[in-house]
Design a protein around this ligand. Structure first.
Ligand SMILES: NC(=O)c1ccc[n+]([C@@H]2O[C@H](COP(=O)([O-])OP(=O)(O)OC[C@H]3O[C@@H](n4cnc5c(N)ncnc54)[C@H](O)[C@@H]3O)[C@@H](O)[C@H]2O)c1
Length: 380
């Protein structure tokens, strides 16, 4: 059977992860890579064995040899790229946060729907087997009615004022940084596992470093340790290092979470807790195969991922119990469901779409509006 031909638009962290994980499916061939320059694109393509490389993504838009694209660039490019490829009839899988605003995300959804192409937002963190098991527990009533959710997404890679990345600049990333980058994952995940929508938020955002030292050379080769004043420009920073959000979920549930890119020692500490009228659960991305299950009147438990013991959610695990499945695998599970629909559009939608990305943008905009107004704001 002919393989689905796909292209990677963006060749950084996500370019590598997506290329490696999509190849595990077996029915998809990565035929092209686009980056900001020809040199970067060629170097990436050579390192992972992709034949065609280009420094101009627009040359791929009407390429009849491409069926689908992965949009893996800074957020400001998600909308123009996704819309152009969708209008050219390509299936589009775009990274999160989906866009710079809900208005842009709406345009992306409208363009993809009008063109009749399959579209996805890459909320890969939904696809850890144990996360799917939590969703199943909530849906089956095992936790009772959800009352409270708590959690954090904490990192430390922007702790120093010498730490720099395109995400720091509002023009490339949007007005929200930590909240947009990782708060978008937290809010999507809590809605995914509980099946409830965030309806209202009260948020506060903090920028500890009012200025940062932007390297004059390439950001990729930047090391803060060897900086001298002639190596950097001091620039003002408006995007958030840290954020706190209280939220309403569905009719009755309440919750709160923090996001941070300045919490020393936290590399990728994504945790959520869900407490219902019967039991509670706690999950930590850094120990993804484990789930803490809390009870009021009996001993607490630690569940270990084992597909054969996890009911329908076992379908999200491809390895037997005792064989860990992690971050890479979560992408593969999402891609598997996306490409199944690229091959056969009539299959049920089992991956997040642009509509989910649009809702995510509305949640982020509500957090920003709440911060600016110092008040609770409803999600539109
Ligand atoms: N789902 C996840 O777990 C996850 C993790 C990290 C990043 N992301 C998202 O993925 C996206 C990319 O993040 P990253 O960490 O890979 O960033 P990165 O900086 O490592 O890579 C960005 C890439 O975009 C390319 N690029 C920039 N301008 C371009 C242009 N005009 N044409 C073509 N390519 C261009 C750059 O050359 C680079 O290869 C962001 O939206 C980010 O939020 C998602």
């Amino acid at each position: 059977m002919a393989k689905i031909r796909t292209a990677m638009i963006g060749t950084g962290f996500m370019g590598k992860v997506h290329t490696e994980q999509v190849r595990r499916l077996g029915n998809v061939e990565v035929v092209a890579a686009a980056s900001s320059t020809q040199e970067v694109a060629r170097s990436f393509a050579d390192s992972v064995g992709i034949a065609h490389a280009t420094g101009d993504w627009t040359t791929l838009v009407n390429d009849p040899g491409i069926d689908a694209v992965h949009i893996l660039t800074p957020n400001a490019l998600h909308a123009p790229m996704s819309i152009a490829f969708a209008q050219a009839g390509k299936a589009v899988l775009c990274e999160k946060p989906l866009a710079m605003s809900s208005a842009e995300a709406q345009q992306m959804l409208d363009a993809a729907e009008a063109a009749g192409v399959v579209h996805a937002t890459n909320h890969n963190l939904r696809f850890y087997p144990v996360v799917q098991y939590v969703r199943q527990m909530v849906a089956s009533g095992e936790l009772g009615e959800v009352l409270a959710v708590q959690g954090t997404y904490s990192q430390d890679w922007l702790l120093y004022d010498t730490d720099y990345n395109w995400r720091i600049e509002a023009e490339a990333n949007g007005k929200l940084r930590a909240m947009g980058d990782i708060g978008s994952h937290w809010m999507d995940q809590i809605q995914h596992v509980t099946g409830l929508k965030i309806t209202s938020v009260c948020g506060e955002l903090t920028t500890f470093h009012k200025t940062r030292k932007k390297p004059k050379g390439s950001v990729e080769t930047f090391t803060g340790k060897t900086l001298s004043p002639s190596d950097y420009t001091e620039i003002p920073i408006t995007t958030d290092d840290f954020g706190t959000v209280m939220l309403h979920l569905g009719d009755r549930a309440r919750g709160a979470f923090t996001v941070s890119q300045i919490s020393a020692g936290n590399k990728n500490s994504f945790r959520f807790e869900v407490y219902g009228t019967k039991s509670g659960v706690s999950w930590n991305q850094e120990r993804p195969d484990e789930l803490w299950i809390g009870h009021r009147n009996s001993p607490n438990q630690i569940l270990l991922k084992d597909a054969s013991l996890m009911g329908a959610s076992g379908q999200y695990a491809d390895l037997p119990g005792g064989h860990s499945e992690g971050y890479d695998d979560s992408h593969k599970q999402l891609f598997k469901r996306f490409y199944a629909r690229v091959a056969n559009k009539s299959l049920p939608v089992e991956h997040p779409t642009f509509a989910d990305g649009l809702h995510g943008m509305k949640c982020l905009e509500a957090v920003l509006a709440s911060h600016e107004a110092r008040a609770w704001v409803d999600v539109k």
